[in-house]
Design a protein around this ligand. Structure first.
Ligand code: ATP
Ligand code: MG
Length: 795
C-alpha cells in the first residue's frame, strides 16, 4: 500500500494534470475530505490521465458544490457530460445541479435536465459575433457618446440573455474586440475619469421646475429590457455554501454555514425551491422604494420559479395599523405580485417566545434592568450590563413575570448575550424583548412583551425556510447578529444579501418623513399624487408597468445613488404613450364664436385615438361656439407665434381652418374671439398653427367643466436636506396648481375614476377618485416630452 506521502504526491500529479494551478492543487491535496471527493469526481469522468483546464475547472467545481440533497450516485452522469464536452460552462453546471436538487429521490428526467442546462447546445463564434454586433448597434448612440466610460456590463448581460449558454469569457472577448473596432483605440479623454462636477452643472436649475427631458433616444434606452436584472444577485445554489463569518472580540471567528442535517431538513420542506419574502412593517403606506424591494423579492423568486411570502413585520404595535395592512395587500396586488402566502411575524410569537426561553436556558440571553439611556451609555463605553451574569433561573423567572404583565413597562428587557466588546455595534447585546402594554393590531391583547426587529427577523426567516433573505444595505452591519442568533439556536440559515436602496430626486422616501408630510397637512393624505408613495403614484395615473420598467432599467446593485426624477418620468411617458387614448382638451378655455356657422350647427369630426399610429377615431362635436386655450389667442400677432391673432389662419385640429375676424374685451380682458370656419380643401397646405379645441356637446349647451390638478416637483432641491426639520424648507410651494374650468370632449367627461388619457399637447391625465357627478377631477400624470411651442410648430 502506498504511503501517505505517495498518495498525496499522486493526488497532486492528477490535480495538476487536469489544469489546476499549483496552489489550488496543493490546497486541494491538503484537505483530506475534499481531496477524496475531487479524486472520485475525476475518476467518474474517466479523466485520470488529465484534460484541458476548462474541463478541469468544471470537475473541481463539481467536487466542491455538488448539491447535498442530490443523490450522489447520479454525480457520474454529470462528470460524463463534462468529459464528453457536452457540458461546457459553469452556468450549465449550475443549472444541471439546480435541476438535480429539485429531483430528490425521484427518477431524473435526463432529457429535461439537458434542456434546462443547455447540455449539448453549441454556441458558435459566429453566433456570438452576430449577437454582439446586434447589441452594439442597439446601444450605438450611448457608446459613441460615452465611449470607454460606458458601463459594458449591461451589454454583456444583453448578449448573455440572448445566448444563454455562450461562454462568458468568449462573449467578453468578442465584445471588447468589436468595441475597439467601433470606437478605435482609447484616446486621452477616455482615460480621464468623468468629471462629476460637470455633469452636476448640467442638471436642471433648482427653481422648482424640472425642465422637460430631452427626447429619449429609443435605441439607447432599450437595452435594459433584455438584461437579466437578477444576474447580479447570488445564485440559488449559494444556499448550500458558507454564508458569512462572524468575528468576536476575543479573536475567535465563527464560520456560518448550514449543517448537512439542517440543510437536509430545509430541503425536505422546500424541495430545493427558491423562497424569498417581502417584509414590510405595517407602519405606513408603501413607496416606490418598496416597489424596488418587491421587484427584488418577488422578482428573484419568479426568476427561479420559487415562492415569495408577503410577511408583515409587525413587532411594534404602537406604530402599526390595520389600515396599513389592508393598504399593503391592495398595493402589492396592484403591482401584479401574488404572494405565496401572507404571513405576520406575530403569527410566530409563540415560537419566538419558546426560542427566547431556550436562549435563556443556554446562557445566551438575560433579563436586564438598564434604562434606554444607560444601555446607550454602556454601549458607548463597551461595558457589559451589570445584570449580564445573573443566574439563569433568575432570568427565567423574570422573563415569565414580564410575560404575565407583572413588570412595568421600561423596567426590564430581555437581552441577547452576544459580545459587548465587539467592533460591530450590532453585537452589543441587542434587545430581544421589551414590555409594551399595547394591544397588537394582529395578535390582539395576548401579549404584553414584544420581540424586537433584530430578534424576530432572522428567526422568522429561518422558520419560513427563506432561502435568500434580500434586504437593503443598511442591514449589512446586522449580518453578524442575524447569524449569531440562528447559530446559537441551531436553526437553518438563509443566505443574506444586501442591495442599494432606491432614492429619487426632488422627493423623500422615508416613512417617517412621509408620515410627517401627511400628518402635518403638507400634502393631502398618503395617496397625494405629489408623493412617491405607490398609492400616490397610482392615483396620479402611473402604471405598475412603468414602475417595474424603472426598476428593471436601474437594475439591482450594491452601489447607492439617487435616480433623477426624469428617469421615472421617462418610463411613465413611455408606458402611457403606448396605452393612453388621445383626446382634445383645453385647461383655460377662451370662447371662440364661429360666426359663419348657424346657431344650431352640429357636426361631428373624426379625431384620432392614436394619431399616426392607428386609423381609430372618436367623434368630437363642432358647434358655432367652441373653446380654445386662452394662451392660443393674442391681440397682436408676432414673429414665431403660430396660434390665433386677428386676421390670422390656424387649424382647429381634426376640423378645419379658422380665420380670426375680431374679439371682444371687457374690463381690459378678452372675453370672446370671433372667427370664420371653413374645411381644409383637398391638396391645401394647412396653416402652421394647429390648435386643440373643444366644442359644445349640443348646440348652446356648455361643455362639462372639470378640475385639472397639475403637479410640479414636491421639493425644490434635487437632494432634499436631511438634517432636523430643514427638509421641510425645501418644499416647493407651487407643487400643485388647480385649474377649475377645464373642458374636454364627452369621452373624458363621462370616464370613470382611474381612466387615463393623453390630452393632446397638455400631457397624460387620469380621472381622480375624488370625482363625483357634477365634479370631475383629473390629475396630470406628467407632461409630454415636447413643450407646447414645439408641439405647435411640429403639428
Ligand atoms: P423607510 O425607511 O422608507 O421607512 P423601511 O425600511 O422602514 O422604509 P420596511 O417596511 O421595513 O420599510 O421595508 C420593507 C422592505 O422594503 C425592506 O426589505 C426594506 O429594506 C425595503 N425598502 C424600504 N425602503 C426601500 C428603498 N428606498 N429602496 C429599496 N428597498 C427599500
Ligand atoms: Mg423599517
Amino acid at each position: 500500500m502506498a504511503s501517505r506521502e505517495e498518495q498525496e504526491q499522486e493526488a497532486e500529479r492528477i490535480f495538476l494534470s487536469i489544469g489546476l494551478a499549483e496552489k489550488t492543487a496543493k490546497t486541494a491535496v491538503s484537505k483530506k475530505k475534499f481531496r477524496g471527493e475531487l479524486l472520485e469526481v475525476i475518476e467518474e469522468a474517466g479523466l485520470k490521465d488529465g484534460c484541458d483546464k476548462s474541463r478541469g475547472t468544471l470537475l473541481y467545481t463539481s467536487a466542491s458544490t455538488y448539491p447535498a440533497n442530490a443523490m450522489l450516485h447520479r454525480r457520474h452522469f454529470i462528470q460524463e457530460y463534462i468529459s464528453t464536452g457536452k457540458l461546457k460552462s459553469s452556468d450549465q453546471l449550475e443549472a444541471a445541479f439546480k435541476f438535480l436538487s429539485t429531483c430528490g429521490e425521484q427518477p431524473v428526467d435526463w432529457k429535461k435536465l439537458e434542456e434546462s442546462a443547455g447540455i449539448g447546445v453549441e454556441v458558435t463564434p459566429l453566433q456570438i459575433a452576430e449577437e454582439v454586433a446586434k447589441v452594439l448597434s442597439a446601444n450605438k448612440d450611448q457608446l459613441t457618446l460615452e465611449r470607454y466610460h460606458m458601463n459594458t456590463g449591461k451589454l454583456l448581460a444583453a448578449v448573455k440573455t440572448a445566448l444563454k449558454w455562450a461562454d462568458g469569457s468568449k462573449v467578453k472577448q468578442e465584445l471588447d474586440d468589436q468595441i475597439l473596432q467601433l470606437l478605435g483605440p482609447k484616446r486621452e479623454q477616455d482615460l480621464v475619469k468623468p468629471d462629476k462636477k460637470k455633469t452636476k452643472e448640467k442638471k436642471p436649475k433648482e427653481n422648482g421646475a424640472v425642465a422637460e427631458a430631452a427626447p429619449a433616444n429609443a435605441e439607447d434606452t432599450e437595452a435594459w429590457r433584455h438584461a437579466d436584472p437578477y444576474a447580479f444577485l447570488p445564485n440559488p445554489a449559494e444556499n448550500n455554501k458558507v454564508h458569512t463569518t462572524v468575528n468576536f472580540s476575543n479573536g475567535t471567528q465563527l464560520r456560518i454555514a448550514n449543517s448537512a442535517e439542517k440543510l437536509a431538513e430545509h430541503l425536505k420542506v422546500t424541495g430545493g425551491k427558491v423562497v424569498t419574502r417581502f417584509p414590510p412593517e405595517p407602519n405606513g403606506y408603501l413607496h416606490i422604494g418598496h416597489a424596488k424591494a418587491m421587484f427584488v423579492d418577488f422578482g428573484y423568486a419568479e426568476r427561479y420559479n420559487g415562492d415569495c411570502y408577503l410577511r408583515f413585520d409587525d413587532t411594534n404595535p404602537e406604530a402599526e395599523k390595520q389600515e396599513y395592512i389592508d393598504h399593503i395587500q391592495d398595493i402589492v396586488a396592484w403591482l401584479g405580485y401574488t404572494p405565496y402566502k401572507v404571513t405576520y411575524s406575530s403569527d410566530y410569537f409563540t415560537e419566538l417566545h419558546n426560542f427566547a426561553i431556550q436562549l435563556i436556558k443556554s446562557g445566551n440571553a438575560y433579563v436586564d434592568h438598564q434604562t434606554a439611556d444607560e444601555i446607550k451609555a454602556y454601549r458607548e463605553e463597551r461595558r457589559p450590563s451589570p445584570w449580564r451574569d445573573r443566574p439563569i433561573e433568575e432570568s427565567l423567572k423574570l422573563f415569565e413575570d414580564m410575560r404575565r404583565g407583572l413588570v412595568d413597562e421600561g423596567k426590564a428587557t430581555l437581552r441577547m448575550r452576544m459580545d459587548p466588546k465587539n467592533d460591530n455595534y450590532n453585537m452589543f447585546d441587542l434587545i430581544a424583548y421589551r414590555i409594551k402594554f399595547t394591544p397588537h393590531p394582529h395578535a390582539g391583547d395576548a401579549w404584553c412583551i414584544y420581540p424586537s426587529y433584530d430578534y424576530t427577523h432572522c428567526l422568522v426567516d429561518a422558520l419560513e425556510n427563506i432561502t435568500h433573505s434580500l434586504c437593503t444595505l443598511e442591514f449589512e452591519s446586522r449580518r453578524a447578529s442575524y447569524y449569531w442568533l440562528l447559530h446559537v439556536l441551531d436553526t437553518y440559515k438563509p443566505v443574506v444579501w444586501e442591495y442599494a436602496r432606491l432614492n429619487i430626486t426632488h422627493n423623500v422616501l422615508s416613512k417617517r418623513k412621509l408620515n410627517r408630510l401627511v400628518t402635518d397637512g403638507f400634502v393631502h393624505g398618503w395617496d397625494d399624487p405629489r408623493l412617491l408613495t405607490l398609492a400616490g403614484l397610482r392615483r396620479r395615473g402611473v402604471t405598475p408597468q412603468a414602475i417595474k420598467n424603472l426598476c428593471q432599467e436601474i437594475g439591482i446593485t450594491r452601489s447607492d445613488g439617487e435616480i433623477h426624477l426624469h428617469k421615472l418620468d421617462h418610463h411613465i411617458r413611455a408606458d402611457l404613450d403606448a396605452t393612453s387614448p388621445r383626446v382634445l382638451a383645453v385647461l383655460e378655455p377662451r370662447r371662440l364664436v364661429l360666426t359663419n356657422l348657424p346657431a344650431d350647427h352640429f357636426l361631428t369630426c373624426d379625431a384620432r385615438v392614436f394619431p399616426g399610429r392607428t386609423e381609430e377615431t372618436y367623434p368630437v362635436p363642432l358647434t358655432r361656439v367652441v373653446y380654445i386655450a386662452a394662451e392660443d389667442f393674442r391681440e397682436v400677432d408676432s414673429k414665431g407665434y403660430y396660434a390665433l391673432a386677428p386676421q390670422k389662419n390656424v387649424m382647429l385640429k381634426y376640423a378645419g381652418i379658422v380665420t380670426c375676424t375680431g374679439f371682444e374685451k371687457s374690463g381690459g380682458k378678452v372675453t370672446e374671439v370671433r372667427g370664420e370656419f371653413r374645411p381644409l380643401q383637398a391638396g391645401e397646405k394647412p396653416p402652421k398653427g394647429v390648435l386643440s379645441w373643444v366644442g359644445q356637446p349640443r348646440p348652446g349647451v356648455e361643455p362639462t367643466m372639470f378640475e385639472a390638478r397639475l403637479y410640479d416637483v414636491l421639493f425644490k432641491t434635487s437632494s432634499v436636506a436631511d438634517t432636523g426639520d430643514d427638509w421641510l424648507e425645501d418644499l416647493n410651494p407651487a407643487s400643485l396648481t388647480t385649474k377649475t374650468g377645464a373642458v374636454s370632449t364627452p369621452r373624458v367627461t363621462e370616464a370613470a375614476p382611474g381612466t387615463r388619457f393623453q390630452m393632446e399637447r397638455l400631457g397624460y391625465f387620469c380621472v381622480d377618485p375624488d370625482s363625483r357627478p357634477g365634479k370631475l377631477v383629473l390629475n396630470r400624470t406628467c407632461t409630454l416630452k415636447e413643450t407646447n411651442l414645439a408641439a405647435l410648430k411640429g403639428a
